[in-house]
Design a protein around this ligand. Structure first.
Ligand code: SF4
Length: 314
C-alpha cells in the first residue's frame, strides 16, 4: 500500500472512532482538502463545524482559524496538526500595540479583520471579513472614528468605498503583497479573454480587491467568496479565469469545472503556513489529539462579541 493511501485510510478510521470533523482551508494542500469533511474559508468552516455533533475539530489551517473555531465551539476539542502554522497578517499587530492605539483614540470603534488572534478580537468592537468589511463600516455611525486592523489594503478599500476617513493599521499578509499591479497587469495582457476572479474573504486577496475597485479597466473583475467562485466557474461562459488569490483554491475549481483553465495571478502566491499540514501530521494529530488549541474562557467570552455583532449586521 502506498504511504499516502495508508494515511488516508487511517485518518478516515480515526475520524470515525474519535467522532472528529476535519476542516481544511481552501489553501491547504490538495491531499488535505480531499480527505477533509469540509473545505472552505476560515469563518465559514468554524460556523459549519459548530453545527456538527463532532466532539473534536481538526482544523487544517492556521492558528487564528483554530482559535476562531474554539471561540465558536467552546465545548469541542480543537486541534491544529502543525503548531507552527501561523499567519503573517495576524502577527502584524500585537495586543500591546492595539492597547496603545486605543489609548491614543479613546472614542474610536475598533474593527478587526477575522485574521487576528483571539486576544485582538477580545479587545475589538466588530469583526469583519473581506466580503463584509464595507457593510460593517457602513453600520458604524458616521460621527464615530474607526480604527481598522490589521490589513491596510482591506482598510483602505473600505475607506474608499464608504468615503470615510478610517485609521488603518499598517499590516499586511506577505502572500498577497506579491499579488501586485505588475503581476495583475501582466496576467491581463497574457490572458486577455480571461475573467478575473478575486477572493473576497482572505487577506491574501485584499490588495487585489482594493485595486479592482479603483482601476477603471477592471470591468472584467469579479469578487467572490470561495463558494461563490466555485459556483461561478461552473455556470460562467468563460473558459479561462485569472485567479487572484492563494493558488490552493485552484484545486477546488478544477474539481467543479475541470474543462476550464485557471491562471494564477502569481504562481508564487503560496502560503507556506498553509502548506505545513501534511497527511502524516493530520494522522498524528488525530491519533495523539495534538496540538490542542485553547482560548482562555475570559478571552473567548469577549472575543465572541465582535463576531456576533458582525453576524448581526451581515
Ligand atoms: S495567506 Fe496570508 S493571511 Fe492567509 S494564512 Fe497565509 S499569511 Fe495568513
Amino acid at each position: 500500500m502506498l504511504e499516502k493511501d495508508f494515511y488516508v485510510e487511517q485518518i478516515k478510521k480515526l475520524k470515525k472512532e474519535k467522532n472528529a470533523v476535519i476542516l481544511a482551508h481552501n489553501y491547504e494542500r490538495p491531499e488535505i482538502q480531499d480527505v477533509a469533511d469540509l473545505v472552505g474559508d476560515s469563518l465559514g468552516l468554524s460556523q459549519e463545524a459548530s453545527k456538527t455533533d463532532a466532539s473534536i475539530i481538526v482544523f487544517c489551517g492556521v492558528h487564528f482559524m483554530a482559535e476562531t473555531a474554539k471561540i465558536i465551539s467552546p465545548n469541542k476539542k480543537v486541534l491544529l496538526p502543525d503548531v507552527d502554522a501561523g499567519c503573517s497578517l495576524a502577527d502584524s499587530i500585537t495586543i500591546e500595540q492595539l492597547r496603545i492605539w486605543k489609548k491614543e483614540n479613546p472614542n474610536a470603534v475598533v474593527v478587526s479583520y477575522v485574521n487576528t488572534t483571539a486576544e485582538i478580537k477580545s479587545e475589538s468592537d466588530y469583526c469583519c471579513t473581506s466580503s463584509n468589511a464595507v457593510e460593517v463600516v457602513r453600520a458604524i455611525p458616521t460621527n464615530k472614528d474607526i480604527l481598522f486592523l490589521p490589513d491596510r489594503y482591506l482598510g483602505n478599500y473600505a475607506a474608499a468605498v464608504t468615503r470615510r476617513e478610517i485609521n488603518v493599521w499598517n499590516g499586511s499578509c506577505h502572500v498577497h503583497e506579491k499579488i501586485g499591479d505588475i503581476n495583475l497587469n501582466y496576467a491581463k495582457r497574457k490572458y486577455p479573454n480571461a475573467e478575473i476572479l478575486v477572493h473576497p474573504e482572505c487577506s491574501c486577496s485584499s490588495s487585489c480587491i482594493h485595486k479592482s475597485a479603483l482601476f477603471k479597466d477592471c470591468k472584467n473583475t469579479k469578487i467572490f467568496s470561495t463558494s461563490g467562485m466555485v459556483n461561478y466557474v461552473k455556470k460562467s461562459d468563460a473558459s479561462e479565469f485569472i485567479i487572484a488569490t492563494e493558488t490552493g483554491i485552484i484545486h477546488q475549481l478544477k474539481k467543479v469545472a475541470p474543462e476550464k483553465k485557471y491562471r494564477p495571478v502569481s504562481k508564487d502566491s503560496i502560503c507556506e503556513y498553509m502548506k505545513l499540514t501534511t497527511l502524516e501530521k493530520l494522522y498524528n494529530s488525530l491519533q495523539k489529539e495534538v496540538f490542542e488549541v485553547v482560548v482562555p474562557e475570559t478571552i473567548a467570552k469577549k472575543a465572541i462579541i465582535p463576531i456576533k455583532r458582525m453576524l448581526e449586521i451581515c
